[in-house]
Design a protein around this ligand. Structure first.
Ligand code: SF4
Length: 456
């Protein structure tokens, strides 16, 4: 009965044309788990040794980012990976004309089409998985129910996670906090350089804008903060005019006569446009180029439109003055209270001009982001000595467990959240620093961190 059923499953589920069981999500799981032969054979007959499958990208763009693999001549290459059911899907999905796919170096699919499909770019190796799995597909599928944290974060535990977890908690905390100090000193050096070139107030403004941009929109937010300096905004007491300057200079003010916007957004848009007509000549030369923003991947609560509303609110002169004082004095309570208090009648409930409504009313800057800004803005720019800052940081909230921290934690510690006894603010930042310096820089196999940990 067992063997008969198994044969039946193989005959019926592993048919020529992949059915729903072999959708792209299954292929992504196979790739993520590296349940493939190694080395893999490309369609051109090259042996490709896979070192790391890449970071699973759950947003727009290639399926895996920054995979590492080596070629028969010994070269180690890094690039993105796109997975499909058929080799012809690359052209069908028009990836060659999409800049998001320009770093793809491996095109992996279940089956090669009978009609030959030349590689879309000679740097892209094509790999058919159909005959290169490490076990029968039906047996692999049962494994797919495991490791939800890994799936969620797109990361896998790395080589040093057993070593790190085996350390006594105080030792682990010491290592992570050392890395946290390294990160903080780098930030303080950059902040000081900015103070010298831009002045203290503008350095705070640029740092705040960058921090509100998250990793996706860090650059355009910084460019916007330079294009619209805080000293000029502070001379505009009317919040609608400040909104006009910021949204229009960002290139994020839609023309409702040409682009469909929500009925609910129209009254606000009309007021902003009325204001923009009066000042556009002054600001037009500074408008950011089209395509500066990544609008697709951000969660609705974190949309750049809402972050711009936060900048509009915080640049109100009285609010800004208090914010500046909190940064200068290293006043954590004041800093967090100001960020949590800013709000906007429209943007507290919406994620975009198209009327996307948030599931519930949401602060323009949530607690997790406000706490993250402590390390991005307050710690680098507070006028405190290092020992004083270090002492105060011991009582700072450790910060949220969102996004990158979870990826770093899975990779380095094998768990989605750092253990409670090392969850200090500095340790959290140290984890992120190690992840950036080591895990995102090199394949695990070439990394010196395990050797460093063994001598600690
Ligand atoms: S890349 Fe280095 S630091 Fe990261 S998990 Fe692998 S061995 Fe550890």
């Amino acid at each position: 009965m067992g063997l008969g059923y198994r044969r039946w499953v193989r005959a019926n589920l592993l048919r020529e044309e992949p059915g729903p069981i072999l959708g792209e999500s299954v292929l992504q799981r196979i790739w993520f788990e590296q349940l493939v032969r190694n080395p893999l054979s490309s369609l051109a007959g090259e042996d490709i040794t896979l070192h790391h499958p890449g970071i699973w990208n759950h947003r727009a763009g290639p399926d895996f980012l920054r995979a590492t693999f080596s070629m028969p001549d010994g070269r180690t290459l890094t690039g993105d990976v796109e997975l499909h059911r058929h080799s012809s899907d690359w052209n069908a999905h028009e990836h060659s004309t999409n800049p998001a796919y320009q770093n793809v170096r491996l095109h992996v699919f279940w089956q090669a089409d009978p009609v030959r499909c030349d590689p879309p770019d000679p740097r892209i190796r094509q790999v058919a998985l159909e005959h290169q799995l490490s076990a029968p597909l039906t047996e692999l599928i049962s494994l797919f129910r495991s490791s939800p944290a890994e799936i969620l974060t797109g990361e896998k535990p790395g080589r040093c996670h057993p070593l790190l977890l085996a350390l006594p908690p105080e030792k682990l905390k010491e290592i992570l906090e050392e890395a946290g100090w390294h990160r903080l000193r780098q930030r303080r050096s950059l902040a000081q350089a900015r103070v010298v070139s831009l002045g203290y107030e503008q350095a705070v403004w640029v740092g705040l804008a960058e921090g509100l941009g998250f990793s996706e929109n860090r650059e355009p937010f910084a460019s916007l903060a330079r294009a619209v300096p805080i000293q000029k905004l502070l001379k505009i007491p009317d919040s609608v005019e400040r909104a006009a300057v910021l949204y229009a200079t960002a290139g994020l003010l839609p023309d409702p006569t040409r682009i469909k916007v929500s009925e609910r957004a129209l009254p606000l848009l009309k007021r902003i446009w009325d204001s923009w007509w009066r000042v556009r000549e002054v600001w037009a030369p500074y408008i950011l180029p089209a395509g500066s923003w990544r609008l697709g991947g951000a969660r609705p609560n974190n949309s750049p439109y809402r972050r711009l509303a936060a900048l509009v609110a915080i640049s109100y002169p009285i609010v800004w003055q208090s914010f500046m004082e909190s940064v200068r004095d290293g006043n954590v309570d004041g800093f967090l209270a100001i960020l949590r208090s800013i709000s906007d009648g429209f943007w507290d409930h919406h994620a975009g001009w198209d009327g996307r409504i948030l599931s519930s009313s949401s602060k323009l800057v949530g607690t997790d982001r406000a706490v993250a800004l402590l390390f991005q803005v307050l710690a680098p720019l507070a006028e405190l000595t290092e020992p004083d800052l270090g002492e105060r940081m011991e009582s700072w909230p450790p910060g949220g467990d969102a996004g990158l921290l979870r990826s770093a934690s899975v990779r380095l510690l094998g768990v989605p959240f750092p253990p409670a006894d090392v969850r200090t603010h500095l340790a959290r930042e140290g984890l992120l620093q190690i992840y950036k310096d080591f895990c995102r820089a090199k394949p695990c196999a070439e990394c010196s961190m395990p050797a460093f940990l063994k001598v600690r």
